[in-house]
Design a protein around this ligand. Structure first.
Ligand code: URA
Length: 209
């Protein structure tokens, strides 16, 4: 079974509470999402491989660790996923960023791809798929399908808030994908919103309604 990591550091919990508050405006919401994603990135990147290099400090020659250079790719699910890109790119500036747009077909209710631009060497990269809200899991499953169809074999999913239903759905179809979340909330309501959640993440990020 794929691993689910809840990155519930006190700073993350504090910032997430402010994001949940309906009185928090878009500017603060955006900045907090970037800050939380950066803090989550500390855990998400914990298993990046290191290698030894020789350096010379002002005192002595020594061997020290640097990142081995295995490449990362970050893919936000449009549009709310865009709010999680900067936090990760700040940590790993060499990461390539793909974009994946999905909408829900009003009749079948299934996610349909409308935009897809991915790094071309996706099979050599560790791919980090980001979307603030993991609700039903339908978009996440479809997005992982797209990444795998394009050659990705090493994928992590990073969400801010997840419903238990969404986690179960991803685990059902993509048992090889580890999931990182800041909170597992109570449930989905009848309109597909996470409870207690934070409302529509895209609208709150971009000030739309
Ligand atoms: N998408 C959101 O933006 N919020 C939810 O609560 C569920 C899905």
């Amino acid at each position: 079974m794929a691993k689910v990591t809840v990155t519930d550091h006190p700073l993350i919990q504090h910032k997430l509470t402010i994001m949940r508050d309906k009185n928090t405006g878009s500017k603060d919401f955006r900045e907090l999402l970037t800050e939380i994603t950066m803090l989550m990135g500390y855990e998400v990147t914990r298993d990046i491989q290191l290698t030894d290099i020789e350096i010379e400090t002002p005192v002595v020659k020594t061997t020290a660790k640097v990142l081995e250079g295995k490449k990362l790719g970050i893919v936000p699910i449009l549009r709310a996923g865009l709010g999680m890109v900067d936090g990760l790119v700040n940590l790993v500036p060499a990461a390539k960023v793909g974009h994946l747009g999905l909408y829900r077909d009003p009749e079948t209710l299934k996610p349909v791809e409308y935009y897809c631009k991915l790094p071309k060497d996706i099979e050599e990269r560790e791919m980090i798929l980001v979307d603030p809200m993991l609700a039903t899991g339908g978009s996440a499953v479809a997005a992982i399908d797209v990444l795998k169809a394009n050659g990705a074999t090493n994928i992590k999913l990073v969400n801010l808030v997840a419903a238990p239903e969404g986690i179960a759905e991803v685990q059902k179809y993509h048992n090889d994908v580890d999931i990182y979340v800041a909170s597992i909330d109570e449930k989905l309501n009848d309109h597909g919103y996470i409870v207690p959640g934070l409302g529509d993440a895209g609208d709150r990020l971009f000030g739309t309604k």
